[in-house]
Design a protein around this ligand. Structure first.
Ligand code: NAD
Length: 255
């Protein structure tokens, strides 16, 4: 058990990568706050995930782009388990649109969840970790697009590039408190965020053509790196981005 008795919160943990991370953390002995945004059947799904975990967990409702929600989410986890050791900023969204058509509303929605949300959860979690001491782990799920351009996703790329620099700054500022800060940058992972591509044979073929490994990644493959970064084994790892992309970022020139 690599996370025995640690306490974690994972944002956007009712789906995809966040769900896989919450489940892996619990399998490694952690108590997990499973965050979900109130929408559709997310509450029921989050409750079912918590019930299925081998450790005691808690479902925490909240929108990561609202400070009062994020403060309450962390407070609920701390009230139940007495501390917080690990925060995973995973919740995210994207809007595909040609740059010339992007509206203020599109831009603000994506930046407020992906970048402002990452700022909020990392700050609220770090304040708790500093208060309780000694040390903890902040993990951000950014994207290969923290570095690689993606036409028609300007807001998404800007948000993830922002998360890259947020993480690197925090790694410096929070080092005195022994809070490790790292990014995980997934490539193309088979989750609901990619459903449109997965359902479109032509788009899927094009995507696979970009991936040397020849397949989409699985959420569990992201979760296994998150376990490492959350564990004591990563105590000397900070300020890094871990790419999990089947070689996507190597950008082979094909002409
Ligand atoms: P997903 O759509 O399954 O999960 C996204 C999660 O974020 C959902 O649980 C959703 O409810 C939650 N969420 C969105 N807005 C929220 C808000 N305001 N407050 C709280 N929760 C909110 O997709 P996923 O692939 O699991 O995405 C998880 C993270 O991984 C995202 O940050 C995404 O950008 C990143 N990522 C995914 C891929 C991929 O290929 N799947 C690649 C790179 C990065």
């Amino acid at each position: 058990m690599r996370l025995k008795d640690k306490v974690a919160i994972v944002t956007g943990a009712n789906s995809g990568i966040g769900k896989a991370i919450a489940e892996r953390f619990a399998a490694e002995g952690a108590h997990v706050g499973v965050n979900y945004r109130v929408r559709g059947n997310n509450a029921e799904v989050a409750q079912a995930i918590v019930k299925s975990l081998p450790t005691e967990g808690i479902a925490v409702a909240g929108d990561v782009s609202k400070r009062e929600d994020v403060e309450r989410m962390v407070a609920e986890v701390v009230a139940k388990f007495g501390r917080l050791d690990i925060a995973v900023s995973n919740a995210g969204m994207e809007i595909k649109k040609p740059f010339l058509e992007v509206t203020d509303d599109d831009w603000n929605k994506v930046l407020s969840v992906n970048l402002y949300g990452a700022f909020l959860i990392s700050q609220v979690a770090a304040r708790q970790i500093v208060k309780q001491g000694p040390g903890g782990k902040l993990i951000f799920i950014s994207s290969v697009h923290e570095d690689i351009p993606f036409p028609e996703y300007a807001s998404y790329c800007a948000s993830k590039g922002g998360v890259r620099m947020l993480m690197r700054n925090l790694a410096m500022e929070l080092a005195p408190y022994k809070i490790n800060c790292n990014n995980i940058a997934p490539g193309a992972i088979a989750t609901p965020i990619n459903q449109a591509v997965l359902d479109d044979p032509e788009a899927k073929k094009n995507a696979l053509g970009e991936i040397p490994w020849g397949r989409f990644g699985r959420p569990e493959e992201v979760a296994s790196v998150a376990v490492f970064l959350a564990s004591d084994e990563a105590d000397y790892v900070t300020g890094s981005t871990y790419y999990i992309d089947g070689g996507l970022t190597q950008q082979v020139t094909k002409y």
